[in-house]
Ligand binder design. Sequence first.
Ligand code: APR
Length: 253
Amino acid sequence: MENQHDLELLALRTAQNILVFTGAGMSADSGIPTFRDALTGLWERFDAQQLATPEAFRRDPPLVWGWYEWRRGKALHAAPNAGHLAIAAWQHLVAQLTVVTQNVDDLHERAGSSRVIHLHGSLHQPRCFDCGHPFEQQGIPDEPEGGRRLPPPLCGHCGGPIRPGVVWFGEMLPPEALAAAEAAVRSCDVMIVVGTSGLVFPAARLPMIALQLKKPVIVVDPQPPTEALEKALWLKGRASELLPAMVGALKPR
Ligand code: APR
């Protein structure tokens, strides 16, 4: 064995407890715009801080709700890509596979992954901004391509505005999801990090914890990982191409 990353490659072959940690790049090949790419049309002149914060919603609910309905429509029209499907197939080859995602779409679930932890909430679980009561959302939004302002529906319990069920900048991550994700890091044999820039905390700490625990970490991304992950094995490429190849190589012949 000459490769300096023999450990990660060996771990990939023998691991029975796999953690897959995903970000926007995972869904990019399904045509779901990343955060930055989603700032087009009506939203071109805004930055994420003006749209993805409680202050932004308080200031201008139709602007923020319209943006999320446009994104929810895009997510519902998208289909899982070959990378999502490969991860779902992988869970049948090992004793345990956990997906921890920063994505607010449900493409992992629709691909068939059964254990998915959402660190940043979901586009599909809106709730009341004032009382927190869940809101039953009907149908698929049919938003114009450039987007539009849309007043949020009102809560049937308290009359407050309905907000998207995502974690906004400045908000806490759901504590149970974060605790479950950290437990998954501690118990995994190998961690695979797919399509995340590693810039948004606390999620970005998870692969760092894995490295501190001396776990093998493999990064799947066309771009190199941040310096904090320089000890990880970087597999350069797209999720929809590399993940099926990885799982294909593991399948019993
Ligand atoms: N396959 C794999 N990775 C890809 C692909 C692809 N096809 N296309 C792009 N990427 C990579 C990019 O190189 C980048 O490293 O995906 C990463 C996307 O980074 P970000 O857009 O910063 O997404 P993410 O890390 O998920 O952002 C974290 O920040 O925007 C907020 O709350 C939002 O959950 C999000 C969080």
